[in-house]
Design a protein around this ligand. Structure first.
Ligand code: NAP
Ligand code: ZN
Length: 346
């Protein structure tokens, strides 16, 4: 066992505070990562504040982790000391069935989340990336392309894969029109990756305040959803709409923007049920679906794709003690476009 330093939430209503804890002793198939940078995902805020009703305290959040391998177990073959490595949203999964071979392990029972969960032994709590080290099985660690800015790769581990996976699954590419709803941490990655895949990307944002950025990052069009005209102008336009918003929006209005056979995919998770009228779907064979992160294999494919296309997140690097202020700014959509914690400041 080794001690790690980090920041933890101890209660849904309290700010995060410094926290020292034990990391489990590495096994022969584990690597130890000296964490360098950790992104702040909106899901961290949902969980710290127990908005999903399953919070376990103390909670060290963070599932967009990059660092340098500082030790490897005797059975490790894919990493060596000194390599760059990343950890995303999960650190273990079911290994007793064939789901791992289907690369769908993130949708199966037995998934162990990087934090706010317990390891496969059923007792050891998992603690996330707002800390200075982590121990992880090598099969759940990712290789980070060397050419990318290191701090700005951290958000790829959640925001990047969460957009890459549905873009690939629904075959976004040349000739396809894709809308991204919400120009935040997830949304701006959707713009970059969607454009790099060759799709025509439109941002649907609450206002036009981030239009210049959206167009610079690869969007062809940018519309304000606060303007009712947007929904008339864009009726029947898109093959795919990726919704990164967790607030209540008018689902039927967005479904009306899809072509025949188009799909609206929920990535943000609204608290309440999503009310959809059959007439929004039936007359155009439209569908509504959801998508969650991606498998380890797909996450590595996404990282390699980003390495080839020089794609990273737009980030604001902060000190660890700025985390509570950063949370407030995320809640006000006042972030361009992802906060990343510099672990050297812990
Ligand atoms: P974020 O950076 O806060 O971005 C969300 C964006 O939604 C904001 O930038 C804003 O964009 C828009 N928005 C906010 N409030 C809104 C409202 N009331 N009405 C309409 N639009 C609103 O958050 P994020 O980190 O991208 O995460 C977004 C959601 O996805 C969170 O709920 C998170 O838990 C979830 N998530 C899901 C997965 C998955 O696997 N499915 C993975 C990670 C995160 P504009 O200013 O452009 O309107
Ligand atoms: Zn996340």
């Amino acid at each position: 066992m080794a001690f790690a330093k980090g920041y933890a939430a101890t209660d849904a209503s309290k700010p995060l505070e410094p926290f020292t804890f034990e990391r489990r002793a590495p096994n022969e198939d584990d690597i130890v990562i000296d964490i360098k940078y950790s992104g702040i995902c909106h899901s961290d805020i949902h969980q710290v504040r127990n908005e999903w009703g399953n919070a376990k305290y103390p909670m060290v959040p963070g599932h967009e982790i990059v660092g340098i391998v500082s030790a490897v177990g005797s059975g490790v073959t894919t990493f060596k000391v000194g390599d760059k490595a990343g950890v995303g949203c999960f650190v273990n999964s079911c290994t007793t069935c064939a789901t791992r071979d289907l690369d769908l392990e993130h949708y199966m029972p037995g998934l162990v989340q990087t934090y706010n969960d317990v390891e496969a032994d059923g007792t050891t709590p998992t603690y996330g990336g707002y800390s200075d080290s982590i121990v992880v099985k090598e099969g759940y660690a990712l290789s980070i392309p060397d050419n990318l800015d290191f701090a700005a790769t951290a958000p790829l581990l959640c925001a990047g894969i969460t957009l890459y996976s549905p873009l690939k699954h629904w075959k976004a590419g040349p000739g396809k029109k894709v809308a991204v709803v919400g120009m935040g941490g997830l949304g701006h990655m959707g713009v970059k990756i969607g454009a790099a895949l060759g799709a025509e990307v439109t941002v649907l944002s609450q206002s036009l305040s981030k239009k210049e950025d959206g167009l610079k990052l690869g969007a062809t069009h940018y519309y304000a959803t606060s303007d009712a005209e947007t929904f008339k102008t864009l009726a029947g336009t898109f093959d795919l709409i990726l919704c990164t918003v967790s607030a209540e929006i008018d689902w039927n209005a967005y479904l009306g923007l899809l072509k025949v056979d188009g799909a609206l995919v929920l990535l943000g998770i609204p608290e309440n049920a999503v009310p959809v009228h059959a007439f929004s779907l039936v007359p155009a064979r439209r569908s509504i679906a959801g998508s969650m992160i991606g498998s380890i294999k797909e996450t590595q494919e996404m990282l390699d794709f980003c390495g080839e296309h020089n794609i990273v997140s737009e980030i604001e690097l902060i000190r660890m003690d700025q985390v509570n202020e950063a949370y407030e700014r995320v809640l006000k959509s006042d972030v361009r476009y992802r906060f990343v914690i510099d672990a050297a400041t812990i």
